[in-house]
Design a protein around this ligand. Structure first.
Ligand SMILES: [Zn+2]
Length: 250
């Protein structure tokens, strides 16, 4: 079940930093935008709270029985995680295998995306989309920026009749990184075993604690999101950004 980013939340610049530590998936060729419709902006006067994301996760996993969900949920000024960005999500049947899914808070059949909180949400969504496309090394165009309603298998108006593609594409192109120079979005990796040894673990500890299953690597039952086996190096690699989390949790 791929919901392990539920509980993570970033500002726009924090989100770019987060991706800086993660290897971009090769299957992702686009970003697909949705609106939540229900809840609307009116129903979430303070944007999302952590409990809302927990409820959404429960809805997708337990009520619908899905193996994964949309990748991100966007409100006025924050980016909330759900399905890890390296794993395919479930959000638009024709696009699940090739698109990252983003849900924008609001009902844009009825609420205004170009004013007030609606505009704040769409600016945040545009920023997250640009950061994702840069991470994936993809351009911004109508092939890489999809709407749910572009899917021939849906009759939905998602992300809302008041949202038009050229307007969103302009908003995405307008996004500027606040840091100067912008983050490289190129992760740095190091071999995991020598790092664990430096932290005081013996060869025996490492052999016992390090497991792989379904293409994922675990250290003492915790999934190492950025870890992968590098055949050329003959070693398990991990992003420098994730190394700190090992220190904290062990
Ligand atoms: Zn949708």
């Amino acid at each position: 079940m791929s919901f392990s980013n539920t509980g993570k939340v970033w500002t726009v610049s924090g989100f770019a930093q987060y991706l800086n530590g993660i290897k971009a998936p090769t299957w992702a060729k686009s970003v697909c935008l949705h609106h939540t419709a229900a809840p609307s902006l009116n129903q979430r006067p303070d944007g999302f709270l952590a409990k809302h994301l927990e409820n959404l996760k429960d809805y997708y996993s337990n009520q619908l029985g899905w193996r994964s969900a949309p990748h991100l949920f966007i409100d006025d000024d924050q980016v909330w995680g759900m399905t890890p960005l390296t794993v395919t999500g479930i959000h638009a049947s024709s696009f699940n295998r090739t698109a990252l899914g983003i849900e924008v808070l609001g009902d844009y059949d009825n609420e205004d995306p170009k004013k007030g909180r609606g505009f704040e949400c769409w600016k945040t969504a545009a920023a997250a989309t640009k950061i994702l496309l840069d991470w994936l090394k993809l351009p911004v165009n109508d092939k890489t920026v999809l709407f749910h309603r572009d899917d021939p298998r849906t009759t939905k108006t998602c992300p809302g009749t008041k949202v038009q593609k050229p307007w969103v594409i302009d908003l995405i192109k307008d996004f500027k990184y606040s840091s100067n120079p912008p983050p490289t979005l190129a992760p740095s990796f190091a071999p995991l075993a020598p790092i664990l040894k430096l932290k005081g673990y013996s060869d025996g500890d490492i052999k016992k604690g390090l497991k792989s299953a379904n293409g994922k690597i675990f250290w003492r039952e915790k999934w190492l999101e950025t870890a992968y086996y590098d055949k050329t190096a003959g070693a398990t690699m991990i992003s420098l950004a994730e190394i700190d989390s090992i220190q904290k949790s062990c």
